[in-house]
Design a protein around this ligand. Structure first.
Ligand SMILES: Nc1ncnc2c1ncn2[C@@H]1O[C@H](COP(=O)(O)OP(=O)(O)OP(=O)(O)O)[C@@H](O)[C@H]1O
Ligand SMILES: [Mg+2]
Length: 210
């Protein structure tokens, strides 16, 4: 990483230099033969991101891949518990998820991120901080009516009653990916078929151990 100096807005005029470490990502990767990367699931609430990402993680485990599933809901209970659902908070939510994912990739993991991540610009920023070919955007596509009919957490019902302001798809926008690496039509595919589709894509991209 050289001696790059990072912009840390909170530090004012004090430059925080990058500390170079002896063991780099390449070294860590040699241990297990997989290619660390980010697999980013985006889509409406109830589209199936967590369900499909979980199934995918089990499949990856079965072929001895080291993974971590960063689920937006879980991260909101810890690292991001100070954030709500306003537009600036959503931006910060995704920025932190992307930063944590990048650190985990540095540690040699295949990182699955399951988060609505409604804004294109934030997903692009998440992609741009990764080297080319190490970020896969998976669009978990379910029409609003389908997601709303599933509503496993009762969130759409609450949002329709006005109890959840800024709910994606209701009174906050969702910007669908224009060129996702994988698009999953969850009306046509079961969750298991969807997980297999993403697995096949990762295999084709040379991410999995030989
Ligand atoms: N083809 C499908 N793919 C994925 N999930 C499906 C499919 N068909 C039905 N479902 C159901 O839809 C629901 C999707 O819920 P899930 O929690 O995975 O959504 P999510 O995208 O993670 O939502 P949130 O953003 O609120 O966390 C589950 O109850 C799942 O069983
Ligand atoms: Mg989820």
């Amino acid at each position: 990483m050289g001696r790059r100096v990072l912009k840390n807005r909170a530090c004012g005029s004090i430059d925080v230099p990058w500390q170079r470490l002896d063991l780099d990502r390449h070294g860590r990767t040699l241990l297990n033969g997989q290619k660390p990367c980010v697999v980013w699931f985006t889509g409406l609430s109830a589209a199936g991101k967590s369900t499909i990402a979980s199934l995918l993680e089990r499949r990856l485990y079965a072929v001895r891949c080291h993974t971590y599933l960063l689920d937006g809901d879980n991260v909101r209970n810890g690292l991001n518990r100070d954030l709500g659902f306003t537009a600036p908070d959503r931006v910060e939510n995704i920025r932190r998820l992307a930063e944590v994912a990048r650190l985990m990739v540095d540690a040699g993991l295949i990182v699955l991120v399951a988060a609505i991540s409604p804004f294109r610009v934030d997903r692009r920023a998440a992609r741009e901080q990764m080297p080319a070919g190490e970020f896969f955007e998976v669009f978990v596509d379910a029409p609003l009516a389908v997601a709303e009919a599933r509503d496993p957490k009762g969130l759409y019902r609450k949002a329709r009653r006005g109890e959840l302001p800024n709910f994606t798809g209701i009174d906050s926008p969702y910007e669908a990916p224009e060129m996702p690496d994988v698009r999953i039509d969850t009306v046509a595919l079961s969750a298991e078929q969807a997980a297999q589709r993403v697995f096949d894509h990762l295999q084709g991209a040379g991410v999995l151990p030989a």
